[in-house]
Design a protein. Structure first.
Length: 367
């Protein structure tokens, strides 16, 4: 093929949206931001969790347990990776067990895919993975509004490897609502029972049955204690060609994550009572009734769930704040309002010499 022909071919598969503007639809794909914690143990069970690295959670219905860490054992060009380590194996897999590492998307952020129309666009997902043993897992792209999903298996080795998977656009599904609700999930199946693999798995074909969600040769991440899984450089872009990973500054990535989770704690500090680097409110001397205060939030996806923390390391410091009333004390706080784009307003305390309030908080608006 001549050079001119090669360039023409590239022009067919690399779209304008890939060349210009923000290509990576995924937030925190380089695993830079971990507001909640940099490590978590005993992850697993029967609920969805956001243990450490922002924008990544798990659907888990297994007896197995694992740790989740932000680590510096990375592929060249990256500063952070996610590391999972199995700590409690689950070798007796019931039919409906599942462990899915996933990131979720609002409908308004995937309108460019034009699903449910003849112009539906393909997407290409790329990422770097490794483990301490060879394994096969399934990458799944799922429309949460109509239940249609598409998947493909990929292999993990003991060396960092870049995986590239392209999914065709879904012309047969329903158009996605243009709003802030949960529309799509990109997930990696790490463990699953026969309920999810009993049908005939056909790669790169959309379907809406649960028995075709896990690919042939799927490995269980929970099959042995100390099995590891590393991932970084996760990118999803419109088009059928993988481009180099789009690095964003830490500040920009943090701002994107704060649409879904915000904390007043210093970055790198796990939310808990006892942190003295905090929010302060000086108030007028108040004698009776209650004191109203406000804390500015970033623009969040929806009105968040708010938790207050005292600045003293009290055993009952969660859901309370610290205040001065002829001495430092801890007291209850009543959430008055929490909006997606304005303030957290609280009612707190009665006292005769209230001069200062101090506290930290977390605000959760995750999908």
């Amino acid at each position: 093929m001549t050079k001119a022909a090669e360039l023409a071919k590239m022009g067919e598969v690399i779209t304008n949206s890939q060349i210009g503007g923000r290509r990576n639809i995924i937030i925190n794909g380089a695993m830079q931001v971990a507001q909640r914690a940099t490590s978590a143990t005993g992850v697993g069970g029967t609920n969805e969790e956001y243990p450490t690295i922002d924008r990544f959670n798990f659907t888990t219905t297994s007896a197995g347990r694992f740790t989740m860490e932000q680590v510096a054992d990375v592929h060249d060009g990256f500063a952070n990776a996610m590391k999972l380590t199995c700590t409690t194996a689950d070798t007796s897999i019931s039919s409906t067990e599942a462990l899915i590492l996933q990131t979720k998307f609002e409908g308004q952020d995937v309108q460019r895919l034009m699903y449910g129309s003849s112009s539906a666009q393909p997407i290409t997902v790329s990422f770097y993975v490794k483990g301490n043993a060879n394994a096969t897992y399934t990458l799944e792209w799922r429309n949460e509004e109509d239940g249609r999903n598409i998947g493909k298996t990929f292999n993990v080795t003991t060396d960092w490897t870049r995986v590239i998977i392209t999914f065709t656009g879904d012309t047969g599904g329903s158009p996605v609502d243009d709003d802030n609700t949960h529309a799509f999930t990109l997930g990696i199946w790490l463990h699953g029972g026969s309920y999810f693999s009993g049908g005939t798995f056909t790669e790169n074909v959309y379907h809406s049955t649960n028995n075709q969600r896990i690919g042939d040769g799927q490995t269980s991440f929970l099959d042995s204690t100390d099995r590891t899984f590393f991932i970084t450089g996760l990118q999803m872009e419109v088009g059928s060609q993988a481009t180099p990973f789009e690095h964003r500054s830490f500040g920009e990535e943090l701002a994107l994550c704060q649409r879904y989770f915000f904390k007043t704690f210093p970055h790198g500090t796990t939310p808990a009572a006892g942190e003295i680097d905090c929010v302060y409110h000086y108030i007028q001397d108040y004698s009776g009734g209650y004191t109203v205060f406000n804390c500015q939030l970033p623009s969040m996806r929806t009105a968040p769930s708010v938790v207050f923390y005292t600045t003293s390391s009290s055993s009952n410091g969660t859901g309370r704040i610290t205040y001065w009333d002829s001495g430092w004390k801890n007291g209850t706080v009543s959430l008055q309002a929490a909006t997606s784009s304005e303030n957290v307003s609280g009612e707190a305390l009665t006292g005769t010499n209230l001069l200062l309030l101090q506290y930290n908080l977390t605000a959760d608006a995750e999908l």
